[in-house]
Ligand binder design. Sequence first.
Ligand SMILES: Cc1ncc(COP(=O)(O)O)c(C=O)c1O
Length: 391
Amino acid sequence: MLSDRVQSLTPSLTLGISSKAKQMKREGIAVINLSIGEPDFWTPAAIKAAGIDAIEQNLTKYDAAVGTVDLRRAICDKLASENQLDYTPEQIVVSSGAKYALTNTLLTITNPGDEVIIPAPYWLSYPEMVKLTGGVARFVETDFANDFKMTADQLKAAINDKTKAVIINNPSNPTGAVYQKDELMALAEVCLANDIYIIADEIYERICYLDHFTSVAQLSTAIKEKTILINGMSKSLSMTGWRLGYAAAQPAIAKSMGAIQGHLVSHPCTIAQHAAIVGLQSCQADIAEMKRVYRRRRDTAIELINAIDGLSIVQPDGAFYIFINVSHYRTKIAAESLSLKICDDMLAEKQVALVPGIAFGNDDFIRLSYAAKLEDIKAGLARLKDYLAQY
Ligand SMILES: Cc1ncc(COP(=O)(O)O)c(C=O)c1O
């Protein structure tokens, strides 16, 4: 009864874990949730006020498929001032979350059977998006020793005549690793030489702890032409439920993405778009404060993880995740999937929700999200230490 498309989908392990955790909470069990990919801050007050204002001004009607011109202008201003990138509003497509910006990008640039390179470990929606849009995911296994960052040689080796694009997620979910300018340049040059698109998912860009963040599109005009830049409001402005993301691309791509979006969803919510303008223009202090808090939690979490026997981590220079290497326990804990076993046990026995690395394509790791209160991070890691001590 159901399409092949639907039957090929892999159920989301992260959603599975979080619904189990929620069910336990409903049953009155005090679960510490370190699994969530969502800021634990409220949306800044100025954005909420702008949303209410939009309703009162009756900005509640259909608008342009690519997003309101005012928001697209504000996005261009943000890209110019923060990323030194010159885009016009015709090159911006606002959508319902970065998720749909990514899906729409794939619909726009790939034909059935085209390959899309995904470095592993990967954010778990990428392979499903590629499958759903008719493409074929080609995974590149990256090395822990290189913080799971793909090298130019690894990328080159994965390219064939069916390759259409590569997805570069920077900063990375699940590892938190950030590509440096020279690393990005080496990858981008391979893409240019082989005429493939770069889908640059930079949704965690504003949660980067390095002095400087390089956007792929900044590297050169030629690279910018081949890049579809993906970003959004969910993570940096704590606007997850407002569902706003965007793509910046060459005009022909942006126009086609607008045409697809027009038919499939019309456009994202106009009220949310109105509010996001305020978010882009006047919430720098909120963004800086959230980053300061995340950094403090990250530093504490790293210290606590390093004090647990047998664990090691990927250096997290961005986002709000720590990818923890648990492979030391592979010979001690009997299980078909080590990461799943640890996460299942931690939830059932210690009431701590973490995400198994197998969901991101690497069973030797578990992912901790520090988008949670410091006390919860400390208590959660104390329980992890306790759990592992029995082995
Ligand atoms: C790497 C990455 N890209 C995109 C998204 C989607 O974000 P949005 O809420 O804008 O759809 C997420 C959300 O978890 C993410 O982790």
